[in-house]
Design a protein around this ligand. Structure first.
Ligand code: B1M
Length: 799
């Protein structure tokens, strides 16, 4: 039986951990487990068999890291061929009676995708395709994509599977204790992206033990219309007497599996630290237990990689400003490839409070496909709002949807046959919520009733493509009242019927209604309020138009949608104050919180080009060190605090770090390094630590003061540092460490240097260090900042 049909009425039991069992069968530390398929097939077969014997329905091939980045294509083929054979041999030799399948295991590539790493999205797709093609060739029954902790990489893997075969595919992500992926996606976001891309089952694996994962499972149950998989590890690993141990017993593990099934999970298995005993306990506890029915959920949701926006109770604001229509400067910016201009429009609209950004860059003089791709990718580097891909060019639409990191909003399809034939296949393949214009081959009908009929036709055609109506949003089109005094009335009527009778979501481009009339904002904002009262789910609007926002926030407050009136109060407080500002005495002004400078803002928002330009400008009037201490470091501190408080996620932290590096490069270009070579200074960030901005500042200043700096880079082994000190007979070494986990390596490095180069003075610094800690590890000097490092060096060498 096909596994997809099987899980309609049965629970499916996956296998458990592989790595620790391979170690017990002789896999050495550092040896690649995937090679074991060839070098020690019997061991792999035994492990698979023990899982089948324990009652598992599915074993996953030993191919977690089998990809073309780690292995040549020839070796990859050999590995996958033997991996599938090993699983099949186990399947045949196990005598238990449950249905059995073999799943191709796909783990992360081990590299991060751009912009956080250097792997291109399409290259990631190609890497996964290589593995999938071979899995299919050697006859696996299904594919499982697992332990993915970045949603973009998950998307690339799922696309690869869907484009390479039609086998059932399960996607499972690994969550952190904050209930998010490393790059910030929540379960709700993953459900939306993966359902949109056509996964057959989704869920969670690995992470930090079964119990702590229950809230994540609850989120999956709440939002997913697909069967859910639950494959936790056996708790967090602990090293006891040099051996890795896990603390969740088979019995406790099985109890958690049962709890998950009682919540609605349909597929259970284990990850790191789980053994055939764990899975045996699971299969025993689940004997005779029937799965709950998977129910369809009706949320209309779009997402970026960290934000989900629902078209549910609270109406959604879609910023319309990234659009060249009627905007001379915008057109110029597009022609001149001035992406920063477009990005600023995105950032400014986000600051005005919109929930989604419409992105339209269609201009006859430019290559829309390339420009849309570039703008979508760049916007996602600096803005975390979901995007609405707005184009009438299906090629540009497909490219943007493919590269978009999230579940996009799509603008638009109409009731014309040609439009539906072009757009619906893309919505089906990539997912998304599509704006449906109620017009067809005969144009825009004048009455609400006729527009509703077109909406019904669109719903039916979308269904034939497998697109649910929760992923359609109807725009019944606001026409100009000055041309037809009844047009607004008909549009509002259509909004009401579509939301109340068809139970569908609606959106409107509001501004068109007032065309040709004076003081258009008065009409627009009142029309917006009227539409909201008719049940409008979203408005495509100009967020710089204060009247529109006044309508929006008053509507929320008056209709009971603004609990505790936070939205209204914040908005009201943001309006310019009319009262006269009291002039304060000089001393009082000091207490005011510091405004963020332009450079700080550029770094915080991750705008590299701007950070560079502003730094260059500042250098004309300010000292390099003042810019570093006054702007660059405070900006990084600001995002660092956000990161700690979970208001900033790794992608934004990385973008800020990149922008600060560019600013720092601008400073470096300005500071001529001296060639006096007073003394040799070996410098490094210690093992395990990739933070090097502080270390680079220390280097810049030392060079500026005439020292020859041998910079060993970051994440440097203690021995390499000690060797460099000895080789250069360096009188001084500088070590930087920024994490509590890496200061231990600083201690090791200092100890080693003291042993092999007792003449060498050790200077240490970095955000987590203290004077006391530096003393306790035997360092000669702790420096709180780079200047102190220079002063110390000067005091040693110049007395
Ligand atoms: Co990360 N990071 N980061 N990070 N990051 C911190 C350090 C963190 C405190 C953020 C937080 O949670 N609040 C936290 C560490 C928590 C802890 O251990 N207590 C953290 C974490 C957890 C992580 C990751 C694990 C995140 C993840 O992947 N989940 C990961 C670590 C990967 C690894 O190292 N293995 C990670 C990654 C990154 C980025 C890549 C995104 C980026 C680094 C880019 C780069 O360096 N090329 C980054 C950044 C930018 C930061 C923050 C925001 C800023 C660090 C910085 O550059 N500050 C940081 C939060 C913070 O510190 N506010 C944070 C500016 C710099 C000039 O200061 O290096 O302290 P600093 O240097 C100062 C002084 O300390 C002194 O002089 C400089 C000033 O003049 N100094 C010396 C430094 N070294 C010296 C040596 C000397 C003398 C003086 O003599 C030799």
């Amino acid at each position: 039986m096909n596994v997809k049909n099987y899980i309609k009425n049965n629970l499916l039991i996956f296998d458990g951990g592989m790595g620790t069992l391979l170690q017990s069968k002789g896999l050495k530390v550092g040896e690649l487990p995937e090679r074991f398929n060839i070098t020690n097939p019997t061991a792999v077969q035994q492990i698979h068999k023990s899982y089948f014997d324990a009652g598992c329905n599915v074993v996953t091939t030993n191919t977690f890291g089998a990809n073309s980045l780690k292995f040549s294509l020839n070796e990859l083929e050999e590995i996958i061929k033997s991996a599938v054979e090993n699983a099949r041999i186990a399947q045949k030799s196990s005598k238990t009676s449950q249905p059995k399948w073999v799943a191709l295991d796909l783990g992360p590539t081990g590299k991060m995708l751009k912009p956080y790493g250097d792997l291109e999205f399409e290259d990631a797709v190609a890497v996964f395709k290589n593995t999938v093609r071979l899995g299919v060739k050697y006859g696996v029954d299904l594919v499982i994509i697992e332990t993915m902790n970045d949603c973009y990489e998950t998307k690339s893997a799922l696309l690869a599977v869907k484009e390479e075969c039609s086998l059932p595919v399960i996607v499972s992500n690994a969550y952190g204790e904050d209930g998010k992926l490393v790059t910030g996606a929540s379960p709700k976001i993953m459900v939306n992206i993966l359902e949109g891309l056509g996964a057959d089952a989704i869920g969670v694996n690995c992470s930090f033990g079964p119990n702590k994962l229950m809230p994540v499972i609850d989120e999956y149950i709440k939002y997913s219309s697909l069967p859910i998989i639950f494959q936790p590890n056996a708790g967090m690993p602990k090293v006891v007497n040099g051996k890795t141990e896990y603390d969740v017993s088979p019995k406790d593990f099985a109890v958690s599996a049962l709890q998950a099934v009682q919540k609605g999970v349909k597929i259970v298995g284990g990850c790191c630290g789980t053994t055939p005993e764990h899975l045996k306990a699971v299969s025993e506890i689940l004997k005779g237990v029937k799965p709950l029915k998977t129910t369809k959920k009706n949320y209309s949701t779009v997402t970026s990689f960290v934000k989900a926006v629902d078209f549910e109770k609270i109406p959604v604001l879609i910023g319309e400003r990234i659009n060249p229509t009627g905007k001379k400067k915008f057109k110029e910016a597009l022609k001149n490839q001035d992406i920063d201009y477009v990005l600023k429009e995105g950032i400014n609209q986000q600051e005005k409070g919109v929930h989604i950004l419409d992105v339209n860059v269609g201009l006859p003089e430019i290559d829309e496909v390339k420009m849309l791709e570039r703008v979508v990718l760049s916007l996602q580097e600096v803005c975390d709002l979901p995007l609405q891909i707005d184009t009438s060019n299906p090629v540009a639409m497909e490219r943007a949807l493919r590269l978009y990191n999230g579940k996009a909003m799509i603008n638009s399809v109409s009731g014309k046959k040609e439009s539906m034939q072009a757009v619906f296949p893309l919505v089906k393949k990539y997912g998304g919520v599509v704006v449906c214009l109620t017009l067809d081959e005969n144009g825009i009908p004048p009455t609400a009733t006729e527009r509703v009929e077109i909406a019904k036709k669109i719903i039916a055609v979308a269904k034939s493509y497998g697109i649910d109506k929760k992923n359609l949003i109807f725009d019944p089109l606001a026409l100009t009242i000055s041309a037809d005094k009844n047009s607004a009335k008909e549009t509002l009527k259509a909004v009401k019927i579509i939301s109340e009778k068809l139970k569908c979501k609606t959106s409107l481009g509001v501004s068109n209604v007032s065309f040709g009339l004076p003081s258009r904002e008065i009409i627009n904002s009142n029309f917006f309020t009227m539409a909201l009262s008719c049940g409008l789910s979203a408005g495509i609007m100009n967020p710089y138009a204060e009247d529109m926002l006044k309508s929006y926030y008053s509507y929320l407050a008056l209709s009971g949608l603004d609990e505790s009136f936070d939205g209204y109060i914040n908005f009201a407080n943001s309006l310019p104050k009319k009262e006269v500002v009291e002039i304060k005495a000089e001393g009082e002004i000091k207490d005011k919180p510091l405004e963020k400078s332009e450079l700080q803002t550029a770094i915080i928002k991750g705008l590299k080009n701007q950070a560079y330009k502003i730094t260059k400008e500042l250098l004309k009037t300010q000292k390099p060190l003042d810019i570093i201490n006054g702007d660059i470091i405070p900006a990084l501190d600001y995002v660092g605090v956000g990161f700690e408080n979970k208001t900033v996620y790794l992608p934004s932290l990385l973008m800020s770090a990149e922008a600060s590096k560019v600013a720092f490069d601008a400073v470096k270009e300005e500071v001529a390094t001296s060639s006096q070579n007073k003394a040799v200074f070996v410098l490094a960030t210690v093992k395990g630590d990739i933070h090097d901005i502080g270390k680079n500042i220390v280097k810049l200043l030392l060079e500026n003061y005439g020292y020859k700096v041998i910079d060993l880079g970051r994440d440097v082994e203690p021995k390499i540092i000690a060797d460099a000190v000895v080789k250069n007979h360096a009188p001084m070494v500088g070590l930087s460490a920024l994490m509590t986990t890496t200061v231990l390596y600083m201690q090791q490095t200092v100890k080693l240097i003291k042993e092999v180069a007792p003449w060498c003075k050790t200077i240490v610094g970095g955000a987590v260090l203290t004077e006391d800690y530096a003393k306790s590890i035997g360092a000669d000097k702790y420096c709180k900042d780079a200047m102190e490092a220079v002063r110390y060096a000067e005091s040693v060498f110049n007395g």
